[in-house]
Design a protein around this ligand. Structure first.
Ligand SMILES: NC(=O)c1ccc[n+]([C@@H]2O[C@H](COP(=O)([O-])OP(=O)(O)OC[C@H]3O[C@@H](n4cnc5c(N)ncnc54)[C@H](O)[C@@H]3O)[C@@H](O)[C@H]2O)c1
Length: 388
């Protein structure tokens, strides 16, 4: 794929006029489109967010575009534009497409990943990755109960094995003979993570969820993991209305194939969450359905869990729903933070349009062998939102 594919932009022409209505609470959104299909899915997400804002009224989103990614690195030798990290920190929320291209690497062989630095810098510890089966979307499991899959992988996103992510420069490198990466579990982050898991299960229970948190670890082998579980038990006491259980990560991989419908919130270390959330995303269609929120105490970043998909970039084939559903979570987050109810209504409008779209077989992404490319699917969703 040439430069044109990487840098290509298309516009739906629907969000160009981000008109601010006088007196509305206004929120500043930092946007990083990044590489490959990140550009396309962010275009779609902004179109959908703009439509939701117009439909519900009562708030205004203002966007600031920031440049980062492998394409930018190849041109400039920098992975993010000067000042962009600070600007992201001043925003109310960050919206990101995807970053990385396999052919663009640092000298040590690792890829361009400034988003990992953003997670670390803004302490975005709670990686929320919902996994939900929609009607008419492919079910990879033959068991009919797969239609009931509705869980969240809560991936700790600042420490664990990613404490040593190359971009953070914390590995122990012994010449050309040995490299040691460190898995770090700290009490303050783990307490907040488990509290987040139980609170999330409580919110989901209020909307008909199971009210169950499962601690996924490897406490039988690693002291760090036994510590993770010990803190889980300590925090569980404060949530007597929520059930809790445990699964070793290897058994959890098995159970995600054998009985994924039995789970609700799965809380785990960073690397385990990285792997199991892709597996779980595959159960309900593919990465194009894998939305993600990364939430800290003062900042939050929303991005699809997928990458830049170089195999389909520049072809209008990407499923934008993971990014769009991440955008709906962004609205929910701003609603929680600000108390502005119109934001929740806008988020529900998007979620319900996706639900209705699948139920009526009007969401047919090419990712699942359907006939809708990125733009066509986005137009259909915008149409559904008009009638929501
Ligand atoms: N957070 C991020 O920005 C992030 C996450 C993962 C990978 N990456 C980077 O992305 C690049 C590609 O990585 P990869 O190929 O391992 O993972 P990927 O998620 O980009 O692609 C994996 C597979 O899923 C498909 N896919 C992904 N998203 C899709 C969508 N929205 N619609 C339809 N199909 C979709 C791709 O076509 C591909 O077949 C690498 O440079 C990697 O480092 C970035």
């Amino acid at each position: 794929m040439g430069e044109a594919g990487i840098r290509r932009r298309f516009t739906l022409g629907l969000w160009a006029r981000e008109d601010s209505t006088m007196g509305n609470p206004t929120f500043q959104i930092a946007v990083i489109q990044g590489d490959g299909i990140g550009v396309d899915v962010i275009e779609s997400t902004r179109a959908v967010l703009h439509a939701a804002q117009k439909r519900t009224g009562g708030f205004t989103l203002r966007y600031q575009e920031l440049t980062a990614g492998a394409g930018y690195f190849r041109e400039t030798g920098r992975d993010i534009a000067p000042g962009a990290e600070d600007a992201a920190g001043k925003s109310d929320a960050i919206l990101l497409g995807a970053i990385g291209l396999p052919a663009v690497r640092h000298e040590d062989g690792t890829e361009i990943a400034p988003h990992l630095r953003l997670r670390d810098r803004f302490q975005l510890y709670a990686g929320v990755r919902p996994v939900k089966a929609y009607p008419n979307a492919p079910q990879r499991l033959a068991d009919p109960r797969a239609a009931d899959i509705d869980l969240v992988v809560l991936r700790e996103s600042t420490e664990g094995l990613f404490y040593s992510a190359a971009t953070l420069n914390r590995s122990v490198v012994v010449g050309d003979d040995e490299v040691r990466d460190i898995l770090s579990i700290t009490r303050p982050t783990t307490e907040k993570l488990h509290d987040f898991a139980f609170t999330l299960a409580r919110k989901r229970k209020a909307r008909g969820g199971k009210g169950l948190v499962t601690c996924v670890d490897k406490a039988n082998v690693f002291r760090s993991m036994a510590f993770f579980r010990k803190i889980f038990d300590e925090r569980a006491v404060a949530f007597p209305d929520i059930q809790h259980g445990y699964n070793y990560v290897d058994a959890q991989a098995l159970d995600l194939i054998r009985q994924p419908w039995a789970f609700d919130v799965l809380v785990m270390e960073n690397m385990f969450g990285d792997i199991l959330s892709d597996l779980a995303g595959g159960l309900v269609g593919g990465m194009g359905m894998a939305s993600c929120a990364e939430i800290g105490d003062a900042h939050a970043l929303f991005q699809p869990a997928h990458g830049s998909a170089p195999d389909i970039m520049g072809q209008d084939k990407a499923n934008p729903l993971a990014a769009i559903l991440s955008g709906a979570m962004l609205l929910d987050y701003l609603a929680d933070k600000s108390g502005v109810k119109a934001l929740s209504r806008a988020s529900e409008l998007i979620d319900s349009a996706v639900d209705r779209g699948f139920a009526a077989n009007r969401m047919r992404p090419m990712e699942f062998g359907g006939d809708q490319g990125t733009r066509e699917l986005t137009r259909e969703l915008l149409d559904l939102m008009q009638s929501g």
